[in-house]
Design a protein around this ligand. Structure first.
Ligand SMILES: Cc1cc2nc3c(=O)[nH]c(=O)nc-3n(C[C@H](O)[C@H](O)[C@H](O)COP(=O)(O)OP(=O)(O)OC[C@H]3O[C@@H](n4cnc5c(N)ncnc54)[C@H](O)[C@@H]3O)c2cc1C
Length: 389
């Protein structure tokens, strides 16, 4: 996504003050078309940047004007406030994928941050390089893929990640961070936790394998191949399978109706003690079928942390197609909240808040939000939904 409709042409709107040598800063740009939710108000200022000098010029501008900065990739893991973002949005636009073979049979793949993630997955599969085929068809840019350590169908980017080139937002200095510096874990890294806002990711390096085995650890993928009698699928067949499975579950947000940000809630990672407390709670007042499903989840996750799908809890609370305003729980995958057309950010937050409160009251468990909430006043988020859990 490089240009959105509604961007005000530079000639008409920019005063000399905003014409920087390397990059143009546009005022009052609607963020809605830049998000997969198709929700949100305008950015006070907006800049696309492709080269280090352009990122630096944009950061200098924000510093001079005393503006907060938000880095916007493909907008597939954020909810932007109806009032928009009162600062400078910087959109990485640099593209490119380079591969370099190594003596040990692995291949280094350097991906520019503004590259579409799925383009990187497609390119790896085409070259028969194993390691990210199960991450096919996840929306967004490559840079942001590292921010929340994207994962799907048994693979995470952390399995193949080597290093990342970043710019420090405070100084504009370039640095290379190695795998151990980035503290990648379930949907987390330093970039969305301890070092949030400190770096702009410019490019990342993965190490993929020329020889590999299909990762069929997820039941959906296994079932897909056993139904077709394929025991040893090729890498291209794995990509096709994952793409088809995902398209059944996640409405790919191409237009406003059905707009979404993927999973709005993270799954849970429970200790054995927390799991037993949940089981005891569900044993009171739920049909045996609910406990049977919980036990099945436990069997699939025998050791700590016990992985508990939040969708299970939303489902047993009877919220599978619950709707507030234009926002609705996706009936086929209740982790996903949908923009049914004309939904506001306020509708989505109200729905998320209702889900969290209902699940907590019925099960004792607080389900964590996944997307970043952009441009909301702190009190506003608290009013609808507590962010902490
Ligand atoms: C239909 C659908 C399905 C999805 N499925 C999955 C899935 O299976 N697994 C999964 O893990 N996620 C999934 N997601 C979530 C989302 O696609 C990923 O989190 C993706 O990596 C976000 O990329 P983005 O470019 O859209 O980031 P954005 O939403 O634009 O930004 C997300 C965060 O990253 C920061 N950021 C973006 N670029 C940079 C940069 N260059 N430097 C520093 N910070 C940056 C932003 O400031 C923000 O904090 C799904 C989303 C949708 C809509």
């Amino acid at each position: 996504m490089s240009r959105a409709p509604g961007v005000i042409p530079r000639r008409q709107t920019l005063s000399v003050k905003y014409c920087l040598p390397m990059t143009s800063i546009q005022p009052n740009v609607s963020l809605k078309p830049y998000t997969t939710f198709k929700i949100g108000g305008p950015a006070r200022f907006f800049a696309s940047a492709s080269a280090a000098a352009e990122f630096r010029a944009a950061l200098d501008f924000a510093r001079r004007e005393g503006l907060p900065v938000f880095i916007l990739g493909g907008g597939s893991n954020i909810l932007v406030s109806d009032r928009g973002f009162d600062g400078l949005v910087i959109h990485p636009a640099q593209k490119g994928i380079e591969t370099k073979g190594r003596a040990d049979g692995t291949v280094s793949v350097r991906i520019q941050a503004g590259e579409t993630w799925d383009e990187a997955a497609r390119s790896a599969v085409e070259q028969e390089l194993w390691g990210i085929e199960n991450l096919s068809h996840i929306p967004g840019q490559a840079g942001a893929a590292l921010v929340q350590n994207i994962g799907a169908y048994g693979q995470q980017i952390s399995d193949v990640f080597e290093s990342v080139e970043v710019m420090e937002t405070a100084t504009g200095a370039l640095r290379t961070l190695m795998r151990e510096d980035c503290q990648l874990s379930y949907r987390a890294s330093i970039f969305n936790t301890v070092a949030k806002g400190r770096f702009i990711i410019l490019s990342l390096q993965l190490r993929l394998r020329k020889l590999g085995q299909p990762n069929l650890s997820y039941r959906d993928v296994r079932d897909y191949f056993s139904e077709r009698g394929l025991a040893e699928p090729s890498i291209a067949e794995v990509r096709r399978a994952v793409t088809q499975i995902r398209d059944r579950k996640f409405p790919f947000p191409r237009q406003e109706k059905g707009g979404n940000a993927g999973s709005f809630f993270k799954n849970l990672q429970l200790s054995a003690v927390q799991y037993e407390a949940l089981r005891a709670r569900l044993a009171r007042g739920n049909p045996p079928a609910v406990l049977a499903r919980l036990d099945e989840i436990r069997r699939r996750s025998p050791s700590e942390p016990i992985k508990l799908p939040s969708a299970f809890l939303i489902d047993i609370c009877g919220l599978k197609d619950f709707q507030i305003g234009g926002a609705q729980v996706n009936p086929t995958q209740p982790l996903v909240l949908l923009n049914r057309g004309g939904a506001t950010a306020e509708d989505v937050l109200a729905l998320a808040g209702h889900i969290r409160r209902t699940v907590q009251a019925r099960t004792g468990v607080a389900i964590p939000l996944e997307p970043e909430l952009v441009g909301f006043a702190p009190g506003e988020i608290e009013r609808h939904v507590r962010r902490d859990a």
